[in-house]
Write a protein that binds this ligand. Structure first.
Ligand code: SF4
Ligand code: SF4
Length: 435
């Protein structure tokens, strides 16, 4: 057996004589005695150790074969995928006026029409080929609940369709939370509502500054009231967008939530992300520059480690370190804008050159416009982070460079932060196996 190409080895001060091994391919980890590690390198492991470490992906029969399988990840996924995932931008209107809004200059009274909703249903039926078993629709905006009538009619039609062929239908909402009342939840859950993601930008004062109602009034209390009213009916996750000036305030939101009874058992996930600046040349109504343009920015490494630690320490769930599957590479994933134009990623809505067809004429070839397989180059092929990265996020490259001609390399980020993030998981969540 050989050492996996996707193996990271870190010191583990808390347990002298042990090393921490992490597989970027399997997202698995193990604490290993240093002499077992030496045996692993020399291929002289005992049979039981070999079985365990092979199961964890730390050793493999053939490194070249392993690399080939990592390279073929999306081909396999696309060949076997039994799910279809459609993000629907129901409108570009909003009752909030967030200071960093990504959709700033695109926003207005722009709503999906009834005829586009009919075309959307036809499009989904056509893409739901015989091999498909589950359909997931993410309703997005603007603010999707300003189009609650369409959410209901589209869901009724899709539920009927999937049930008639023995498949399943579910949908999620990515909402600002201000309109998500108990009655709305009661009406939407029977139609397939599975989870709701609501954004809270830190504690009341910070949130109200970043995410006020259009009138300028704070929205925090209304959102908290709605979460309390609905969290027994549907899974609610909390997202939040921080910047370099306010991230240190975010942990106090966790204390507040717990104090208000929104304890970890009531919220299925909490995750805070940095605000990403708008791409070069984009006009924003507010000239906001507090966000980031790269995941490698030093303040960001500090902020992410701090906020993730605080979330885990407070007992809330946050996503584990795992490969991020970019929607662009997933053949069974599309974004449909309110006007019927199709994209491959919600961040590219309205960006010229990133249209991937429309509901009238169908999907066009986006291989070149979205630079599929951009990570299939020598540098990425030799990189031990490839299974976690696959060339990073095209939108981040677009923000920085105005094009997506090269990968969004996350090597410096992983070098600086992976060890910390894994050790957080061990300390607050996972019990690493030790051997
Ligand atoms: S390009 Fe970036 S934002 Fe868009 S789907 Fe891929 S990873 Fe997500
Ligand atoms: S983009 Fe950078 S970090 Fe990602 S796989 Fe390629 S070399 Fe590695």
């Amino acid at each position: 057996m050989q050492l996996s190409h996707y193996l990271k080895i870190y010191p583990y001060e808390e347990k002298p004589g042990y090393l921490l091994l992490y597989s970027t391919k399997k997202a698995s980890m193990v604490l290993l005695k240093e002499d077992t590690y030496q045996a692993m390198k020399k291929d002289t492991l005992s049979a039981s150790d070999e079985t365990l470490l092979s199961k964890l992906g730390m050793i493999v029969p053939d490194r070249e074969e392993e690399k080939r399988s990592v390279f073929g990840f999306f081909d396999d996924l696309n060949a076997k995928n039994t799910g279809l995932n459609i993000t629907v931008v129901l409108n570009l209107d909003c009752n909030f006026s967030c200071i960093y809004c990504y959709e700033g200059d695109m926003k207005g009274k722009l709503y999906m029409s009834g005829s586009n909703a009919d075309l959307l249903i036809d499009f989904i039926k056509e893409k739901f080929t015989k091999d498909k078993k589950s359909l997931l629709v993410d309703f997005y905006g603007g603010e999707p609940l300003l189009s609650v009538g369409l959410i209901k009619s589209i869901s009724q039609a899709l539920k009927l369709f999937t049930e008639s062929i023995g498949a399943s239908y579910g949908f999620t909402l990515i909402t600002n939370g201000s309109l998500f009342k108990r009655q709305t939840a009661e009406e939407l859950v029977p139609l397939g509502l599975k989870s709701v993601k609501i954004t809270l930008d830190g504690p009341a004062e910070t949130h109200n500054r970043c995410r006020p109602f259009k009138s300028g009034a704070g929205s925090f209390d209304a959102i908290i009231r709605n979460i309390k009213e609905t969290c027994d009916l549907v899974k609610i996750g909390i997202g939040g967008n921080y910047d370099r000036n306010n991230y240190e305030k975010f942990p106090s939101l966790l204390d507040y939530l717990a104090k208000e009874g929104l304890t970890p058992d009531k919220l299925y996930v909490v995750k805070f992300d940095p605000v990403v600046n708008r791409p070069k040349g984009d006009i924003s109504p507010v000239d906001y520059k507090g966000g980031c343009v790269s995941i490698n920015e030093p303040w960001l490494l500090k902020a992410e480690a701090l906020l993730r630690k605080e979330i885990l320490k407070s007992g809330y769930n946050t996503p584990k370190l795992q490969p991020i599957i970019c929607m662009v590479e997933n053949r069974d994933s599309y974004v449909v804008n309110f006007n019927g134009v199709i994209y491959k990623c919600p961040a590219f809505i309205g960006k010229k050159g990133f249209e991937a067809g429309d509901l009238q004429t169908g999907v066009t070839d986006y291989t070149f416009s979205y630079k599929l397989n951009i990570w299939k180059n020598n540098k990425c092929a030799g990189c031990e982070y490839l299974p976690l990265c696959y060339g990073g996020c095209r939108y981040m490259t677009f923000v920085r460079d105005g094009n997506i001609d090269k990968p969004d390399c996350k090597k410096a980020y992983f070098d600086a932060s992976l060890e910390t993030l894994i050790k957080q998981d061990i300390k607050y969540r996972l019990k690493a196996g030790s051997h």
